[in-house]
Ligand binder design. Sequence first.
Ligand code: B12
Length: 76
Amino acid sequence: MKQYNAPLVGMSVLLTACQEAMKDTIKAIRDAGLRDVKVLIGGNYVDEKVKEYCGADYFGTSADVAVKVANEIFAG
Ligand code: B12
């Protein structure tokens, strides 16, 4: 992520059991000092609550949202 200077990271989850891992991953991104990297999470059960819990910046339940968010971020 650091190496490629990625502005956006997307994560997909199917299982509620994977929520903690997603939270830990986002924490690791922040702890690595990558505070400007936006994190978008998605998957069937993901909603605003899950987004808040995991510390993500955006959530989506369809691929269209990923495109919308990416366009927003790349537009500055
Ligand atoms: C296929 C499937 C499996 C397959 C997976 C095959 C594979 N290699 O991927 C197999 C049979 C292996 C499987 C196993 C299990 N499964 Co299963 N499985 C499913 C099923 C039927 C479909 C999932 C799927 O692939 N959908 C197709 C994709 C394209 O859809 P999607 O994931 O929703 O993604 C869309 C959107 O959500 C969005 N999206 C997805 N990611 C992202 C990311 C971003 C950033 C954005 C913006 C959008 C986005 O875009 C996609 C396109 O529209 C679901 C039920 C369901 N209808 O969801 C259960 C389901 C996910 N499974 C479930 C369970 C419990 C399991 C097992 C734990 C069962 C067990 N006891 O062993 C295991 C876990 C295995 C594991 N280690 O992960 C539960 C999860 C419940 C929960 N809340 O956690 C579900 C919901 C079924 C249920 N109702 O109980 N499973």
